[in-house]
Design a protein around this ligand. Sequence first.
Ligand SMILES: Cc1cc2nc3c(=O)[nH]c(=O)nc-3n(C[C@H](O)[C@H](O)[C@H](O)COP(=O)(O)O)c2cc1C
Length: 174
Amino acid sequence: MKNIVAFSGSTRVGSFHTRILRSLQQLSPADVTVTLFDLSAVPFYNEDLEGEHLPDAVKALRHAVEAADGAIFAAPEYNFSYSALTKNTIDWLTRPKGAGALRDKKVALICVTPGPSGGKNISKALSDLLPFFGNTIVATVTSPGIADKVASDGDVIADPAIRDALAELLEAFG
Ligand SMILES: Cc1cc2nc3c(=O)[nH]c(=O)nc-3n(C[C@H](O)[C@H](O)[C@H](O)COP(=O)(O)O)c2cc1C
């Protein structure tokens, strides 16, 4: 059994990234479990909070990744780069330096945009960054025009190409 922890870099109620992660389990092979981690209680990184002051939400974040076989970052593109939430999650998970919970984990990326970019800038930024922490990027799913691919009933993974790409992404953790 593979246990994958998933992070959405958007807290927006209608977030495409969060909705895709919520729908992902239905595409998972029988031996893959995807758990969406709620980042809403995780504070901004502050070195003063390390050690005895470490917030419970950060302990839970680190434990979730330590216990996982891999991680999915569903990362919106903000100003051609990271949302603060995605970057903050990575910052917490890459401390202590050289021994962060994310170290050497398999990672997959989901980066979609309503516009024409298709998340190519944020997926490149993450693909350039994460290997510094020993991460292997096992799969990347990007898509422009995501709003136009959502079905009338709200199914965010109805589009056959996206559905197939996400199923392949999950297989890549096998
Ligand atoms: C601050 C900000 C910056 C953005 N910059 C970009 C961008 O550089 N490229 C792009 O394609 N979309 C950009 N967008 C649009 C996002 O891709 C869009 O809001 C997307 O739906 C965010 O993901 P979510 O649906 O998971 O919240 C930006 C949105 C915000 C709020």
